[in-house]
Every structure is written in structure tokens, then in C-alpha cells.
Write a protein that binds this ligand. Sequence first.
Ligand code: GAR
Length: 211
Amino acid sequence: MKIVVLISGSGSNLQAIIDACQSGVIAGHVVGVLSNKADAYGLVRAEQVGIDTAVIQHKDFANRDAFDLAMQEHIELWQPDIVVLAGFMRILTPAFVQHFVGKLLNIHPSLLPLYKGLHTHRRVMACGDKWHGCSVHFVNDELDGGAVIAQAVLDVLAQDNEQTLTERVHKHEHSLYPLVLSWLASGRLVYQQGLPVLDGQILHQPVRLLM
Ligand code: GAR
């Protein structure tokens, strides 16, 4: 399975995916990494292991449509089976999402549909929630929307603060994303008419892994 990863920052999820490909957990390889920021550390991670990279900066384009089209055309050069958003912090146009529909995945640091958008850990703490976690989902054209495939669920501990909660969730992202990608690469997970199907069963609810 040929994987393209889109990033905007540190790329620790990208690293987890690269590692899982190298160790054989994912039957695939990362063929390209695209960033909308030239200083994203994830680009260094990719270059260190000889993965092709590209920088396409939104500020160089007149509008969102032109930016997304440029990204789409570059991604297509890599001929991916799957396009993975890993900390890619731009809202995508419906045309881009439609082009890659069923092939486009995202990870988000909350138990979707709760807490779409930014500052999820802070908002969970402020609401006093007992549970938090992260979600991997197929992408539709709503922000952090689309059918959720799997979630890592953890207790919010009495001693947690925003930073410890962020770190605990982040750690579980690094196992959840490779796991879901391994299902895709092995053919266990497919996308059918907007829904994830795992081992022949439609996932009306995400797979929940209690951590
Ligand atoms: C991750 O926590 C990811 O879930 C989040 O950005 C971080 C990127 O970290 N994504 C979103 O919030 C998307 N809505 P990384 O660059 O170290 O992988």
C-alpha cells in the first residue's frame, strides 16, 4: 500500500507510521510527505529515511481552491493508495475531499464527534470529562468529520493537567494510527458508501480500544 502523509508540524504520527512500515506492522510504505509549512520538523524525519518530500504553502496561492488543486496534483504524482492527514492543520475544500474520498484518513485528538477543532485537551479538562482519547476517521468535507473507524479511550486522571493529558493522548495516537493503517493495508478494512467495513462488518460505531 502506497501511503502519502500530509503534515504541518512535528510529525510524530508520521514517525510512528514510518516505523510501523519499516517493522512490517503496516504492509506498505510512505511514498511521499507533503507539508504546507517549510519548517515542519516532519520533513526532516522523512528526509532522514529517504522519503520524497514537498512543500506547498497556502500563502503562495490566491485562494483555497488553487492551493488544494496544487496539493492534489502533487499528491497524484506519488500515486497513493491512501492519503493520511497527520497533524495537517488546514481545512480542505470539498473538491479535494471528493477527489480522494475513501482514501483520505485523519487522526484527531478527541473522541469524535466530541470536541472537533482546536484545543481539545483544554476543553476536555474544562468540562471535567471522565474520558478522553483520539479518533481515526475517513474524511468528509466537514471539519474533523466523516465516519470514525477506531478510537483509543483513556481515563482522565485526577492528577492530569492539559500537558499530561496531551502527552497521554499523543502516545496512544502513535499506536492507533498504525493499527488502522495495518487493517487497510491487509484488506481487513474497506470503505463502502461512506462507511468503514472491518472484517465484513459495517462499523456503525467505531472500534473502541480502552487504554
Ligand atoms: C496530533 O495530536 C493530531 O491528532 C492533531 O495534531 C497533532 C499533530 O502531532 N491533529 C489535529 O488536531 C487535526 N484536527 P504530530 O505532528 O506530532 O503528529
